[in-house]
Design a protein around this ligand. Structure first.
Ligand SMILES: CC(C)(COP(=O)(O)OP(=O)(O)OC[C@H]1O[C@@H](n2cnc3c(N)ncnc32)[C@H](O)[C@@H]1OP(=O)(O)O)[C@@H](O)C(=O)NCCC(=O)NCCS
Length: 172
């Protein structure tokens, strides 16, 4: 999908997020304080969730996080990132943005990325535009995820393929 240009307010937030937050995060000594600053920049963060120190989000107004989730990494979020409850994202890169390779103008295109409840995204992995990591899905360290991850399935490698299954939570 193509998006309308940023409003002036969004432009200012993007500048702060990309140019001030990487330095400011060095001085914010707690994850909660860091989360508060990202909230002030427009991130929609649920109860008992944190945006860990060192995280960079280029468009914080386009990210929504549920309850009890903890995220850390680099988020190119303009196309929309939705994170459910009890999701863990650990030093990963999440991109909602690509270029249209068929366009001579090489225009940006955006697709949202979704992490359903209980998803876990491990170290140094990359999740690309349009992907949904379904409930309980696990992305192994170093994976590049280009397609949806099935519920309670572990994916790994480049491009990521299923490598295992995870025990489902038993609900009463
Ligand atoms: C995804 C993960 C949890 C899998 O653990 P596991 O279920 O115990 O898996 P195993 O070690 O039994 O390996 C199962 C298979 O997957 C492969 N595999 C494991 N991790 C992999 C990875 N990151 N990428 C690709 N393949 C991987 C193994 O080689 C093995 O393949 P084989 O059966 O052909 O030998 C783990 O490998 C991982 O990536 N952990 C991330 C740790 C991390 O990020 N820690 C930071 C704290 S948040």
């Amino acid at each position: 999908m193509r998006l309308a240009p940023y409003t002036l307010r969004e432009k200012i937030i993007v500048k702060i997020s990309q140019h001030i937050m990487p330095t400011l995060t060095l001085f914010l000594w707690s994850h909660r304080l860091n989360t508060l600053v990202w909230r002030l920049l427009g991130a929609n963060v649920g109860r008992k969730s944190t945006i860990r120190l060192g995280t960079i989000i280029n468009a914080p107004f386009a990210i929504k996080i549920g309850n009890g989730s903890h995220i850390h990494g680099n988020f190119l979020s303009r196309g929309g990132v939705t994170i459910g409850n009890r999701v863990y994202i650990c030093n990963a890169t999440i991109s909602t943005q690509a270029q249209d390779l068929r366009s001579p103008q090489f225009e940006p295109i955006f697709q949202p990325v979704v992490f359903e409840d209980h998803a876990w995204v491990s170290l140094n992995s990359t999740v690309l535009q349009g992907v949904t990591v379904k409930e309980g899905g696990i992305v192994a360290a170093g994976a590049v995820v280009t397609n949806d991850v099935a519920p309670w399935t572990v994916v790994g490698g480049v491009p990521a393929k299923p490598i295992g299954e995870r025990a489902r939570l038993i609900r009463n």
